[in-house]
Write a protein that binds this ligand. Sequence first.
Ligand SMILES: NC(=O)c1ccc[n+]([C@@H]2O[C@H](COP(=O)([O-])OP(=O)(O)OC[C@H]3O[C@@H](n4cnc5c(N)ncnc54)[C@H](OP(=O)(O)O)[C@@H]3O)[C@@H](O)[C@H]2O)c1
Length: 358
Amino acid sequence: MSSQQVVLHEFDPKDMPFRRLGPSGLRVPVFSLGGWLTLGGSVVGDPVKDIIKTAFDAGINMFDTAEAYAAGKSELEMGRVIKELGLRRTDLVITTKLFWGLRKGPNDSGLSRKHIIEGTQESLARLGVDYVDVIFAHRSDNTVSMEETVRAFNYIIEKGWAFYWATSEWSAREIEEAFHVANKLNLMGPIAEQCQHNMFHRERPEKEYDPLYRKYGLGTTTWSSLASGLLTGKYNDGIPEGSRFATTAMFKSTVESLQKEEGLEKIRKVKELTKLAADELQTTPAALALAWVAKNPNTSTVILGATSPEQLTENLKALEVLPRLTDEIMEKIEAILDNKPPPPTNYGRPPLDRLGRL
Ligand SMILES: NC(=O)c1ccc[n+]([C@@H]2O[C@H](COP(=O)([O-])OP(=O)(O)OC[C@H]3O[C@@H](n4cnc5c(N)ncnc54)[C@H](OP(=O)(O)O)[C@@H]3O)[C@@H](O)[C@H]2O)c1
């Protein structure tokens, strides 16, 4: 792709802030775009192009996908659109993820050396690119030794098929093990964790991983930061036709839970957040929820999901909200959420970061 590519669209970062992805030198936009269930799934053809173009024109140059998304069609659609829009490869940060594979054979999934190498080659072919910037282990695989997995991701990097590797939904213990094995072998460890982080899902990103941020400078690329749309307020009065909860079978239990106490409590909080967003910030609950995740000092990028350019444009209002999240507003949000994970116990010793700062 790189040598004969025709560049039609120059990248303009506009006002998008960029952050380093964990300890690496790679800079990522605070808001990026992902393709789970959407690109190549519920959205195909020209609308995929409209969404990616809207993102790119707004300063988003990072696109996330996975081998398993829409059974490979997400990578195919993303690759097609990047080519058709004439985006310069070096302008882009493309990330994909391996684990589930596309076939049922015993070696078609997981984190063995065989699947990591073959899976990467197949993903690159679907995307139509020579390399991705970051390759993620989409889940951990406790049937494979950590040494085999760490060595295989480093092989991918040595080959130039990816610049960095990272994890997704690994436990803190597993990430620690990866760092220890990588250090012992003088190899590269993971630079980031792709974790669910939103106002209703906080324990793992805010508490369990806390030592990893300070010890290793681990970055995060957060997912479902709108809790699949719940935090937009669209489910406050039922399940709208055509929405993710209406069209995707895996959300059956989520929909059922919205009728029960726990779900009703979430809806009550979304309504309060909606009022806070309107009264104090003249914005939408979606923009507030996304800015809130971006405000977390350990967040590198919030991966947005959208089924239309309009949703994406609305969500990018979070860029205006982010600098306006004062301590006072953050406290009001905490009072509504009432779910802040307790900080780790230090027995009176103040925590220091890896540079020895308070
Ligand atoms: N590593 C992992 O295991 C993992 C898991 C999940 C996701 N991810 C990544 O994270 C990305 C984002 O996750 P996500 O799609 O779950 O994020 P999300 O922001 O929580 O949900 C996005 C969905 O909410 C609805 N929505 C978004 N903005 C809206 C708005 N302004 N108004 C009304 N509805 C709106 C849309 O669905 P409808 O229009 O269909 O209702 C949209 O597809 C994924 O694309 C993927 O790259 C990673």
